[in-house]
Structure formats: C-alpha cells, structure tokens
Design a binder for this molecule. Structure first.
Ligand SMILES: C[S@@+](CC[C@H](N)C(=O)[O-])C[C@H]1O[C@@H](n2cnc3c(N)ncnc32)[C@H](O)[C@@H]1O
Length: 198
C-alpha cells in the first residue's frame, strides 16, 4: 500500500486546499471564471480592459496567468457620491496598484478617470472587457453600453458580482442580454457575453 491510498479523505482534502491556496497566492492560474474561460477558449496574446482596478489584485492575476499584449486599467481613484463616499484613501490605493503591477509596465496603461468618459480612449476591436467598478444600476448600464461596441466580434464583455446582494448588476446584465438577444454565460459570480459574429 502506497502513501497515497493510506491518506484519509480528510487529509487529502486538506492537502488539496493547501495547494490551491499556494497556487492562488503564486498567481498560477486565473482566479476568476471569466479569465479561466478566456484562457481555455481564446488565442493569445490578448488586448483587454479592466474597469475598476483598485489595488490591482485582479489585474495582477490576469497579467500573470494570461498572455496579454495590452491591458487598459480604468479607474478614477477618487471618492464620489456613487463610490467610497470620502472614506477611501485613493492616493494610497493607486500607489499600491502601480507598485503591484510595476513588472508589467510595458503591457499596461492606467487611465485614471471615470469609465463613462474613457471609452473613447480605448481602441476598437479589443478581445475582452471586465467590469468590476461601481455596481449601481446606472453605472453598470453605462459600462456595458459604452464598452460593448469596443469589443471585437467573438470577443467577450463580462464582469464580477452577478449575485443577490448586487441586484442592480443582475438587473442590467439581464436587460442587456434580452435587448441584444445575447446568451448569458457565467460561473460563480462572474458573468459574460460573447459578441455575436454577425
Ligand atoms: C471592487 S473595486 C475593483 C477591484 C478589482 N477589480 C479587483 O478585483 O482587484 C472597484 C473599483 O472601481 C472603481 N470605480 C468606481 N467607480 C468607477 C467608475 N465610474 N469608473 C471606473 N472605475 C470606478 C473604484 O475606484 C474601485 O477602485
């Protein structure tokens, strides 16, 4: 009998969870389902946008686990009535993001402004847009409507927090799917659409 078979189910599960935690911290695989889907189904290198970057944790995971030609990072890094309400130290958050992503400097471009006014700074025909910014209805609506035209046919637009506690995200995503007859895809709390080829 080898060691493997003598390990109890509980110990194996513990070992598995430990290894997954190590892998996650090492950024060895895409943490979010939409990025895993992209890794499995799309030819790389890719051009993408993340709307809502904060300290760059997810951007770091994208850049570490996918082959990226260019990643546009849109975030105003400022408190406003729709987000933060004066409680967040955005200068520090921005510095932390810059520091975290330093090694990817040739592949990233921070666009420090509100997503609703930066869409025209993004080139056309990009591979993906990932939305994780202000989760209020009117903001999610603008993000999807303004950035969907930027995505190439066959590319993806999606984001985070399709979940009960963010009803506005769910509402707008479902409305957009309905309006454009798109098939909603998702896993966990990530959602995404693939832009039709026609
Ligand atoms: C949940 S955090 C992003 C977390 C990041 N995606 C991650 O997983 O590491 C949300 C971010 O969205 C930004 N944000 C809020 N309103 C925005 C807007 N109108 N346009 C772009 N970014 C916005 C905030 O400044 C904040 O940094």
């Amino acid at each position: 009998m080898g060691n493997e078979s003598s390990m109890s189910y509980k110990s194996r599960k513990k070992a598995y969870l430990y290894l997954m935690r190590v892998a996650r911290n090492l950024n060895l695989y895409p943490r979010r389902p939409m990025m895993r889907y992209i890794k499995q189904h799309y030819q790389q290198p890719l051009v993408g946008v993340e709307i809502g970057v904060s300290e760059g944790m997810h951007a770091n995971n994208i850049l570490s686990t996918l082959s990226i030609k260019k990643l546009y990072l849109v975030d105003p890094y400022t408190n406003y009535s729709g987000y933060g309400n004066g409680s967040l130290d955005f200068e520090k958050i921005y510095k932390n993001a810059q520091k975290r992503l330093l090694r990817f400097n040739s592949k990233i471009q921070f666009i420090r402004d509100f997503s609703e006014i930066t869409a025209n700074q993004i080139p056309d025909n990009i591979d993906f847009v990932y939305i994780d910014a202000c989760h209020r209805y009117e903001y999610v609506k603008k993000d999807i409507e303004l950035y969907y035209p930027k995505v190439k046919k066959g590319g993806l637009i999606g984001g985070h927090n399709f979940e009960i506690r963010f009803k506005d995200v769910c509402k707008e995503v479902l409305e957009f799917a309905d309006k454009h007859s798109l098939e909603l895809q998702g896993e966990g709390i990530d959602w995404w659409f693939i832009k039709k080829m026609l």
